[in-house]
Unconditional design. Structure first.
Length: 509
């Protein structure tokens, strides 16, 4: 999708489709209250073209509600699409992001290949952030998961133009450029998650990460079995040993010029390219979705792409532990005891009693977190489709977040204001840590109860983060979208890419 900027008056822009936003300005309550839609534009010709239909009550400006006008009088666009942002008091740049996605998805099936989206003209919606959010929403909306359909038709919007007449050009330009980078990076992560397990093997995952790194200017190393054993990554290897596909240890580094001190941020992702559950095999229903079990690793790789291109002044290292979890004759068994990677030669690795081989993500993350610390990370963030329990707790509209450090989490909370993604902080505590203590080893890989399962999983990771400031993102409930929405297709969401990026930027501008 080609993206462009225009500062021309909206009514003079010649295009197949011009989209403009509207809000409901009605503030009263009670039986006589009626929606009061208002276009967010100062262009008199557009207001005149839409006046009659807005006055009719047919369009209420609800969030992502659409209304299409053909051959609108007084403007050069052949169609005018009005997209609602909802109540004015609740309209934000995140509403604009979804509206842009809605406009793109409205456009695609109608054979229209060019779209101009007018930035809202309103004091409560600053043009710079809205410019970025608009472009992000357009890229997110343009993605479809039908990669391998033999009858696939390319319905992508070929040209998406952000129109901002009268706006601060510097702010709009900056937001626009960032939006392109972030939107493309989120879709890069979604493309990885969408790949089936027979196509995106751990080795292929490593190859695609390396190709991206070369293009974006990141340092990259991709290792396999020999290096994993050399590092004594016993937890990671315990998952990989049951698969014929060799594992991949993906290491990406971002070293900004002139930065030689300060924090080193460690980004660690779960990269299970297909999860059968191992010997503790999953039910067959919906197992096909387990190709998405590397979404945490994909989020880290997508975030690293955006970091490399936006160039914050902070050092970053990212570790993705990629493997399949298969029930081969060599696979680990419930009751086995594994030894995780040691942090140093004089500090032995923790021993882990395997209760359930389907609790494998925390095993690969354990060694990933330790390796990030060994490489110098002073602050950690990990992302994983770790537990079904987080979906039970929070549903599909918030992902879970855990942290051992309030200051570090405060930066992440601030990042959400820009990313627009929804995370809810969950508790940690000694009571939950007690549930994963083992009689035969140091810890167990499950708490033995379905109650509090997301928290005991987080406490397992906490053992390996120790006192290093750390955030754990459990994205299992939000990494895959089961139904089409007006602004995004069903399939991989790319959740956490934007939030991880903004957390990193909070340390380095």
């Amino acid at each position: 999708m080609r993206t462009e900027l225009s500062y021309s008056p909206l009514s003079r822009i010649e295009t197949e489709l011009l989209a403009v936003t509207a809000v409901d300005t009605q503030t009263g309550t009670g039986p006589d209250a009626r929606p009061a839609p208002e276009l967010l534009t100062g262009d008199g010709a557009l207001k005149s073209a839409a006046a009659q239909v807005l006055a009719s009550g047919e369009f209420k400006a609800g969030a992502n509600e659409t209304l299409l006008l053909h051959a609108p009088a007084g403007i050069r666009a052949r169609r005018l699409l009005i997209v609602g942002l909802g109540k004015q008091a609740r309209a934000t740049m995140h509403s604009v992001r979804n509206a842009a996605g809605t406009a793109v998805r409205f456009t695609k099936p109608r054979g229209i290949r060019e779209l101009v989206f007018a930035l809202p003209e309103a004091e409560f919606l600053p043009p710079g952030p809205c410019s970025r959010a608009t472009v992000e929403g357009a890229f997110v909306g343009d993605f479809d998961p039908d990669t391998y359909r033999s009858d696939r038709q390319d319905l992508s919007v070929q040209t998406f133009t952000v129109a901002a007449p009268g706006a601060n050009t510097s702010a709009v330009d900056s937001g626009f450029r960032e939006g392109v980078i972030v939107g493309e990076s989120q879709n890069f992560a979604r493309t990885l998650v969408n790949e089936p397990g027979n196509k995106l093997t751990p080795a292929e995952f490593g190859r695609r990460a390396a190709a991206m790194a070369k293009e974006a200017g990141l340092q990259c190393e991709v290792h396999s079995t020999e290096k994993i054993k050399e590092l004594k990554m016993g937890a990671f290897w315990s998952v990989a040993q049951g698969s014929e596909e060799p594992p991949a240890l993906i290491v990406l580094r971002y070293e900004p010029e002139g930065v030689q001190d300060g924090p080193i941020l460690g980004l660690v992702g779960k990269g299970i390219t297909f999860d059968t559950g191992g010997i503790s095999i999953k039910p067959s229903d919906n197992m096909e979705k387990m190709k998405y079990d590397m979404a945490g690793g994909a989020a880290m790789i997508g975030a690293m792409r955006a970091i490399a291109l936006l160039k914050p002044k902070v050092r970053v290292v990212s570790i993705v532990c990629a493997t399949e979890n298969m029930p081969d004759g060599k696979a680990q068994k419930p009751g086995d005891v594994q030894t995780a990677m040691p942090l140093s030669a004089d500090k032995p690795g923790k021993t882990i009693e395997i209760i359930n081989t389907d609790a494998e993500g925390r095993l690969v993350l354990a060694d990933g977190l330790t390796y990030a610390r060994q490489l110098g990370a002073t602050h950690l963030i990990n992302a994983a489709t770790l537990t079904g329990a987080i979906g039970v707790a929070l549903g599909t509209h918030n992902a879970g977040a855990f942290s051992n450090d309030d200051e570090t989490y405060a930066k992440f909370q601030g990042a959400l204001e820009t990313s627009g993604e929804k995370f809810w902080r969950m508790p940690l505590g000694d009571e939950y840590a007690e549930m994963i203590k083992s009689d035969i080893g140091d810890i167990k890989n499950t708490g033995g109860s379905r109650y509090g399962g997301a928290i005991t999983a987080a406490e397992f990771l906490h053992v390996f983060a120790e006192d290093t400031p750390w955030i754990h993102l459990d994205i299992a409930g939000m990494a895959w979208i089961d139904e089409n929405r007006s602004y995004v297709a069903r399939g991989p969401s790319g959740v956490a890419v934007r939030s991880i990026l903004e957390w990193v930027r909070s340390y380095g501008g």
